[in-house]
Design a protein around this ligand. Structure first.
Ligand code: CP
Length: 316
């Protein structure tokens, strides 16, 4: 059963085709497009708040012909202690796929192992793979003059992304894994206590990727020659009690106009959103013509429709 739990669940060889499909779906939007999920129902099991992920999946499923069924974890028996395995077995009898946003990454692994339908990771504390695919597609759209999927995907190779702030968060982990899969250089900067963890090194090893990334406490070193500057909120969902300490430690890593100017002159700015203007990023950088934050949000829809299409095809 194909699943999409982490970036490397799709082989590199599949990515040019995936990007080409996402671009095709984007161009055809509003006109009659393919409906490979016609008549299906997919459940979204969410344990955390969401705007982009929930809406892009619900709209995407609808456009592909499927019915989205949103289940807040606390509205189903999972929230009252029913096991993950029984939840997976029961839901597999009703729906054609599960899209899951939760805390512990092992929850999505266990759902995938126990169920008989595809599972998509819509964010865990470890990884946010749909986000990173949307980010990469957004960059490829800007960097490609060619029209093929190979040109789109190939435009990422050798580019440098600098991630600033909490370098141990799920988006940073996903950029380490995804950046290596896409052939990019990944540089991270943050406080020493927020350096990438051994868990991400293990993921790289398991995936047979070279493990290429750098970590520094100097934000200017990380952004030097960067083609992309990326940050995320300093206080991820579930870490609210650490707010004051995190704000204090991460202040030097805020993406200010001065720090952004230390990257390449044509560098783009990305943020997975929601942002806290004036905290991890200045309002001027968010509003810069080189800020792609809303393209990035929109592309969640198109790349996820491509992923859903591919998973649906893998079931046949
Ligand atoms: N970037 C992202 O996952 O946004 P939401 O939390 O709104 O889904």
């Amino acid at each position: 059963m194909p699943h999409f739990l982490q970036e490397t669940d799709l082989p590199r060889s599949a990515l040019p085709g995936l990007f080409a499909l996402a671009r095709d779906l984007k161009r055809r939007r509003g006109r009659k497009g393919p409906r490979p999920l016609e008549g299906q129902t997919w459940a979204l099991i969410f344990s955390k708040s969401s705007t982009r992920t929930r809406v892009s999946f619900e709209v995407g499923l609808h456009e592909l012909g499927a019915r989205p069924l949103f289940l807040n974890r606390n509205d189903i028996q999972l929230g009252r202690g029913e096991s993950i395995e029984d939840t997976a077995r029961v839901l597999s009898r009703f729906v054609h796929g599960l899209i899951v946003r939760t805390f512990d990454h092992q929850d999505v692994v266990r759902l995938a192992a126990a169920g008989t339908v595809p599972v998509i990771n819509a964010l865990t504390d470890l990884l946010h793979p749909c986000q990173i695919y949307a980010d990469a597609f957004t960059l490829a759209e800007r960097w490609t003059r060619g029209t093929s999927g190979a040109a789109l995907f190939g435009s990422l190779r050798g580019r440098k992304i600098a991630f600033l702030g909490d370098a141990a968060c799920n988006v940073a982990n996903s950029w380490i894994l995804g950046g290596n899969l896409f052939g990019m250089k990944v540089a991270l900067a943050g406080p020493k206590t927020f350096a990438p963890t051994p868990a991400v090194d293990a993921l790289l090893r398991e995936a047979g990727l070279p493990g290429g990334y750098t970590f520094t406490t100097d934000p200017y070193e990380a952004v030097r020659d960067a083609d992309v500057v990326y940050t995320d909120v300093w206080v991820s969902m579930g870490k609210e009690e650490e707010t004051r300490a995190r704000r204090r430690q991460m202040a030097p890593y805020a993406v200010t106009p001065k720090l952004f100017a230390a990257a390449r002159p044509d560098a783009f700015f990305l943020h997975c959103l929601p942002a806290h203007p004036g905290e991890e990023v200045s309002p001027e950088v968010l509003a810069s013509p080189r800020s792609l934050i809303f393209d990035e949000a929109e592309n969640r829809l198109h790349i996820q429709k491509a992923i859903l299409t591919r998973l649906a095809a893998g079931r046949r």
